[in-house]
Design a protein around this ligand. Structure first.
Ligand code: COA
Length: 289
């Protein structure tokens, strides 16, 4: 299991708060009798120890590099379910740190990945070797229908988890206010009048949102197996073309998609100033991933 990054800040802040409150009480509320002082010191010490314990439980854990032993067997691909959602959210924060959602923390990401696991229009896959998860892929065979389903069934949960995450991550909140509020409002207003439920005349397309493989298990075919399973599920769902975007240049995974016969498209800047390249693949081309 991957653990995410940590700091003792919460424990130290709690300790300082308790010590300051006790000191204030001793000096201003009432002078202590001599026989009470040792008990007061003992109480303060216990409070400080308790604060450190509570703080260290609440603080995120130190990131421990996962140790993976591969048996050489090819990866198996199965549907993502509740038991592997934590794996996806933790791998997302490590393998895809440039995206905005990664800055919201693994609790928000768990709600986000749950929406893929539950949506009837999503393609949500997990790759395992010898029963251990090594990678995941999420996307949808009908992207428009999937977005509408998520908005209707998970919109409140996602918004609540997002609000809590923004409160807990001030830097993400500033980034959100600077780059996203007006964009999200525009999108919501644009969607307000659409009641087709994804069954309208515009043909829906498949979208691959995220794919990642544990660093220690890359290069042995798990990524290819996940993308191949995505393509065949999207094709079976009726999509003719699949799309994705990845960071332009060496930081992105363009070379990987090129090997899998996807075609490069335009490069566009994001609200954060990153450059994302679009890739597409006709699903009736018969070229496997
Ligand atoms: C991209 C990623 C999912 C690939 O997973 P993987 O399990 O290592 O890929 P595979 O082993 O199945 O590789 C399939 C083919 O792609 C090639 N390939 C994989 N990564 C590559 C890269 N970065 N550059 C060039 N070729 C690459 C492999 O050599 C292999 O080709 P071959 O079969 O001809 O030898 C993985 O590197 C990863 O998690 N990266 C970080 C997250 C990320 O960038 N995700 C994509 C964001 S959209």
């Amino acid at each position: 299991m991957i653990r995410s990054g940590s700091s003792p800040t919460a424990a130290l802040a709690l300790t300082a708060l308790v010590a300051a409150a006790a000191s204030f009480a001793m000096h201003h509320v009432g002078p202590l009798a001599a026989h009470v002082a040792p008990w007061a010191v003992l109480a303060m010490g216990s409070a400080a120890v308790a604060a450190v314990l509570v703080g260290s439980v609440l603080a995120p854990r130190e990131a421990a590099a996962p140790v993976v032993m591969l048996s050489g067997r090819p990866a198996d691909v199965a549907r993502l379910d509740g038991s592997t959602i934590a794996f996806c959210s933790e791998l997302h924060t490590r393998a895809l740190p440039h995206g905005f959602f990664a800055t919201l923390g693994s609790r928000f990401l768990s709600v986000y990945y749950r929406s893929f696991a539950d949506s009837p229009h999503a393609v949500a896959l997990i790759a395992t070797v010898d029963g251990y998860p090594v990678g995941f892929l999420v996307g949808s065979s009908r992207a428009r229908a999937h977005r509408q389903w998520v908005l209707r069934h998970c919109g409140f949960r996602l918004a609540a988890a997002g609000a809590v995450a923004l409160l807990a991550h001030p830097r993400a909140a500033i980034r959100f206010a600077r780059t996203r509020i007006s964009q999200y409002r525009r999108r919501l207003l644009a969607r307000g009048g659409d009641t087709s439920g994804g069954a309208g005349p515009v043909r829906d397309v498949a979208v691959l949102n995220h794919v990642a493989v544990l660093p220690g298990t890359r290069g042995v075919g798990a990524g290819r197996a996940l993308v191949a399973a995505f393509e065949s599920e999207a094709r079976a769902g009726g999509a003719q073309t699949a799309y994705l975007t990845t960071l332009d240049g060496d930081e992105g995974a363009g070379a990987f998609y090129e090997v899998l016969s996807w075609e490069p498209g335009p490069v566009r800047p994001t609200a954060d100033g990153a450059r994302m390249q679009e890739w597409s693949k006709p699903l009736d081309s018969g070229v496997p991933a």
